[in-house]
Ligand binder design. Structure first.
Ligand SMILES: NC(=O)c1ccc[n+]([C@@H]2O[C@H](COP(=O)([O-])OP(=O)(O)OC[C@H]3O[C@@H](n4cnc5c(N)ncnc54)[C@H](OP(=O)(O)O)[C@@H]3O)[C@@H](O)[C@H]2O)c1
Length: 324
């Protein structure tokens, strides 16, 4: 394979338009070659706005294009599995948006479809590619907060449009699926463990039927306790904090760090703190570069798709408890 891969974009999704496609265009080892929509005129408008050479009026045409090396899938959550599996069957590697699917069983089917064919597959949790996440992990593992025993996280925002896919049960929306999945992911990343027990309280929308706010508790095998909240009708906040017997690591800008931001990590001991400022990066570009490099050099991605199944298993545990 050449030194640059050719990306195809499955749909005119807002996240592709606002963040991922512009970030992919900055990558050293990839270019964006085509976009597909259920509506050709939408694909053409997206292509012309973002400078993409080809536009298709169906997802099938994009998947069948021999000049596409990998596909980015930002469809609604309920559509991730169907279209990713069609890509796997066509031998096309996929970087799929979070959360992987509607539940862990469906996520496992996706991973199996790729693994059995030796085709690359990964989940698009971009925040893990920001050097901030690696720095926090390095700090906690080095013992700066003593024995790490507690982690908290919040990811909330106010939804602007009542027709948004996040307010649809049919499309597998809800706060936990949309943003709570980050809180779970960072707890699994920082502990390096899978939770053994989960509890949750949620406010299910009378009209939407999805969890519009949810608070969860997770118990990890080492004894770490995690607590988090997520919401679609709360002031924007994306933060996490690791606490231990001798201090705490406060991450104010945890997940949606902008490309021009230099996020600050605060290490508190008693009433004093020390700050570490992390360089500005575009974490979507780093994610796209990791995927392309894995494809070019035939190596696993930094975070293999199976991690997404494990994340989804925790979502299943929490939603089952919240609905019980
Ligand atoms: N990693 C991140 O930072 C991040 C941020 C936001 C969202 N996401 C994820 O990205 C995915 C898309 O989110 P988004 O906010 O970008 O969604 P969106 O703007 O609503 O776009 C979803 C796209 O899916 C296509 N689609 C296919 N079937 C559909 C259906 N039945 N109903 C509605 N749309 C349908 C549409 O494209 P066509 O009309 O062109 O076919 C639509 O534009 C979700 O999985 C979400 O969790 C990730």
């Amino acid at each position: 394979m050449a030194t640059k891969i050719r990306w195809g974009i499955l749909s005119t999704a807002g996240i592709g338009k606002r963040r991922v496609v512009p970030a992919m265009k900055l990558a050293t080892n990839g270019e964006v070659t085509a976009v597909a929509s259920r509506d050709l005129s939408k694909a053409q408008a997206f292509a012309s706005e973002l400078g993409i050479p080809k536009a298709y009026g169906s997802y099938e045409e994009l998947i069948a294009d021999p000049d596409i090396d990998a596909i980015y899938n930002p469809l609604p959550n309920s559509e991730h599995a169907k279209w990713s599996i069609l890509c796997a069957e066509a031998g096309k590697p996929v970087l799929c948006e979070k959360p992987l699917a509607i539940d862990a069983a469906e996520s496992q089917q996706m991973v199996d479809a790729f693994t059995s064919r030796g085709v690359l597959f990964a989940e698009g949790f971009m925040y893990r590619f920001h050097p901030q996440a690696a720095k926090v992990k390095e700090l906690v593992d080095s013992g700066v907060i003593g024995t790490f025993n507690t982690i908290s996280a919040t990811f909330t925002f106010n939804i602007a449009d009542e027709g948004n896919i996040r307010l649809s049960r049919e499309l597998a929306g809800g706060a936990l699926m949309d943003v709570g999945c980050y809180c779970i992911n960072v707890m699994r990343l920082m502990t390096g463990e899978e939770p053994v027990a989960a509890k949750a309280f949620a406010d299910f929308g009378a009209k939407s039927g999805v969890d519009e706010r949810l608070a969860g508790l997770l118990q990890f095998p080492s004894g770490v306790i995690g607590h988090f909240d997520c919401g679609l009708r709360v002031q924007h906040c994306h933060t996490y904090e690791l606490r231990g017997t001798g201090g705490r690591i406060q991450v104010e800008r945890g997940f949606t760090v902008q490309p021009d931001e230099t996020p600050t990590i605060r290490i508190w001991r008693g009433n004093d703190y020390e700050e570490i400022t992390v360089p500005a990066v575009n974490h979507y570009t780093l994610m796209a570069e990791d995927f392309a490099d894995a494809l070019i050099n035939k190596r696993p991605p930094r975070f293999p798709g199976q991690d997404g199944v494990a994340n989804m298993r925790v979502i299943d545990m929490l939603l089952a408890d919240a609905r019980a």
